[in-house]
Design a protein around this ligand. Sequence first.
Ligand code: FNR
Length: 196
Amino acid sequence: MRILAVSGSLRPGSFNSALLRAAAEAAPEGAEVELWTGLAELPPYDEALDAGGPPEPVRRLRRDWAAADAILFATPEYNGSVPGGLKNAIDWASRPKSEAVLRNKPVAVVGASQGQFGALWAQQDLQRILGIAGARVVRGELPVPRAHERFDGEGRLLDEQLAQQLRQRLSALVAEAEGEPPGPLPLAAAAQSVAA
Ligand code: FNR
């Protein structure tokens, strides 16, 4: 089972990226967690650019995300929500609608901040956005407050309880990915979805 790990932070010393590296180490047996980089290369979403044939960084995003069995997102919180760069990646991954790589993709979210709420609002918004994009969202948050106290100078996790929680989130994500994908929509719901 290949799980792609996407950090919403571009910062070299990012606690969210460190959280994903810790998740890779805490992964349950049979799950391989691989960090994805590529967020910084994406242009801002542009429908005209998409229609004319998107540039390589977008094609790479769509290739990589499509090939993953599931995706784990770690989001910082910027002004009470998801950082723009991460939202932008999700916008690219949500189109073209009929073959969007996020459609039916099992996903889960975690998040870290240096404040006391652990990017809780950003994680809630991220789940909402991913759900709208058609992903199968494993509901729930894993807020990591005061992130600067949870890692050593090399970005290694100091908190065994947090490692356990990461393993639990990954196990839930694996269970979702191993479950049956939803069948075709009932006719009335399908009509609504096309109209949307
Ligand atoms: C922040 N930060 C922040 N923290 C928070 O808990 N709630 C918030 O609304 C914000 N807003 C915010 C806006 C902007 C523009 C920046 C740059 C930062 C602080 C943020 O959580 C902190 O910098 C984290 O360390 C960012 O995550 P990474 O980069 O360590 O993964």
